[in-house]
Design a protein around this ligand. Structure first.
Ligand code: SAM
Length: 259
């Protein structure tokens, strides 16, 4: 069993938790005193722990041993996803988290059917739960929704690196990947002496996927003018959620840690 607690809450040998996390242990996992537990701090460690006391409101946890732990992807991937209707956006957030993205930016495109949303906090909870379930060390940051074109223009000085996925054109993904430099996407690269050297804060690598209605030609042209590469996922037109999940998985396979 594992739970994620904010690092600031993990102090001393014994911690007492209440509220939502305690309810999860008490009512969902039906824990008892003596049960073993892994407490993750979301920042690169977990604690081998044991429940030393539990009632209907609070749980006392003894932290036994701190274990350095890193299941994070070596890629610095940011998924910018045209906001999707209903629970499709929940699915994309959950799967992109399991697949290791570092940040998710919900976007409002010209053809978005969802023009405004107050679901950011819901999506953050989904990202935290998916991090916990997949045993991730970190939790991806879910941004507040942005207007697609204004965001690109506002960030034009950053020399953005990444792909805009476009079913009407673009380079095949494998070819697009061959054109990028590993230090533009990876935190760590295999160097000559065959051990990993760390690139501090590589440029973020953006994967842009459109809403159900797709990108306009103008949006694709704007993204290309900012340095992003129009990239194809093949001849079939995928649903946006299929495209997003496939794109992250394929990029992880080709350059990350799923290969
Ligand atoms: N224009 C599409 C149509 O005619 O149905 C609608 C867009 S598609 C459902 C949603 C998004 O998925 C697109 O904006 C694109 O980002 C991505 N996508 C779907 N199929 C793709 C493909 N074969 N290659 C690249 N991206 C694709």
């Amino acid at each position: 069993m594992r739970i994620i607690l904010p690092k600031e809450q993990i102090k001393g040998q014994r911690i007492t938790i209440s509220g939502e996390k305690a309810r999860y242990l008490i009512s969902v996992l039906r824990c008892n005193a003596g049960d073993e537990l892994q407490v993750f701090d979301g920042k690169g460690s977990f604690y081998k722990s044991r429940i030393s006391g539990i009632d209907n409101k609070e749980v006392k946890i003894d932290l036994l041993e701190k274990i350095p732990f890193n299941t994070e992807s070596p890629l610095n991937l940011i998924l910018m996803q045209g906001i999707l209707k209903g629970d499709k956006m929940d699915l994309v957030i959950q799967k992109a988290t399991e697949l290791g993205v570092k940040e998710i930016i919900p976007a409002i495109n010209k053809r978005s059917q969802v023009r405004e949303t107050r679901k950011a906090s819901r999506w953050r909870k989904i990202a935290e739960e998916a991090s916990r379930q997949s045993g991730r060390t970190g939790i991806p940051k879910v941004h507040e929704p942005v207007d697609f074109s204004s965001w690109l223009i506002a960030n034009s000085s950053l020399k953005l690196k990444g792909f805009i996925f476009w079913e009407e054109g673009g380079l095949p993904l494998k070819e697009a990947i061959q054109n990028i430099k590993m230090h533009d996407i990876r935190y760590t690269i295999q160097d000559k002496k065959d051990h990993e050297s760390c690139i501090m804060n590589p440029a973020s690598f953006y994967l842009l996927v459109g809403p159900e209605g797709g990108f306009t030609k103008e949006e694709v042209k704007l993204a290309e003018s900012m340095g992003l590469i129009a990239t194809s996922l093949g001849k079939r037109i995928l649903r946006a959620e299929t495209a997003a999940i496939s794109a992250v998985a394929l990029v992880q396979f080709l350059t990350g840690d799923m290969g």
